[in-house]
Design a protein around this ligand. Structure first.
Ligand SMILES: CC(C)(COP(=O)(O)OP(=O)(O)OC[C@H]1O[C@@H](n2cnc3c(N)ncnc32)[C@H](O)[C@@H]1OP(=O)(O)O)[C@@H](O)C(=O)NCCC(=O)NCCS
Length: 136
């Protein structure tokens, strides 16, 4: 049976192993993960016994703005509704509390999946390109 937990107190080594299953999160060190978890507002995890098999975490000012990051289910556990339950819990954490923006970036092709939780495409989202020249 899959168990869900909410809270930042997750072993960073287990999170590193889960991050290593997706190309864009691969190779993150447990030391940096520990700092990132401590700075996160909310962390939802899914467990198969002692094994961490899913995660989503958020950053927030606690009042108006929150962003959701690192939505990941282990490849061996996908398409069973685990990601859906993680996102349902994460979204429920923010709904109805007067937030102006609860936002996330979707990987290409996942936008429709996020719509089921109430997220909609924002046409003016912008992201810093580190290779772009700065303002001098
Ligand atoms: C995205 C991810 C977390 C989803 O986790 P999951 O546990 O497989 O998700 P669920 O089983 O709850 O939902 C997936 C299913 O929802 C259904 N679904 C797909 N699009 C849908 C939509 N628009 N509306 C409703 N249901 C949808 C499908 O049945 C889908 O199964 P499929 O992935 O085999 O096509 C997982 O695929 C993952 O870890 N991907 C790699 C990391 C990643 O890209 N994360 C997203 C970053 S933005």
């Amino acid at each position: 049976m899959i168990e869900y937990r909410e809270g930042r107190d997750v072993p960073p080594e287990a999170v590193a192993q889960l991050f290593d299953t997706v190309p864009w999160a691969r190779g993150r060190s447990p030391e940096r993960i520990a700092k990132a978890l401590a700075a996160s507002d909310h962390v939802v995890t899914a467990w198969d016994g002692a094994r961490l098999i899913g995660i989503a975490r958020s950053l927030s000012d606690g009042e108006w703005y929150a962003t959701i990051w690192d939505v990941i289910v282990h490849p061996g556990y996908r398409s069973r509704g685990i990601g859906r339950e993680i996102m349902r819990r994460m979204t429920a954490f923010y709904r109805g509390r007067g937030f102006s923006y609860v936002a996330l970036f979707s990987v290409e092709g996942r936008e429709g999946w996020y719509e089921q939780f109430g997220y909609r495409l924002h046409p003016r989202g912008m992201r810093l390109d580190e290779s772009a020249p700065d303002a001098g």
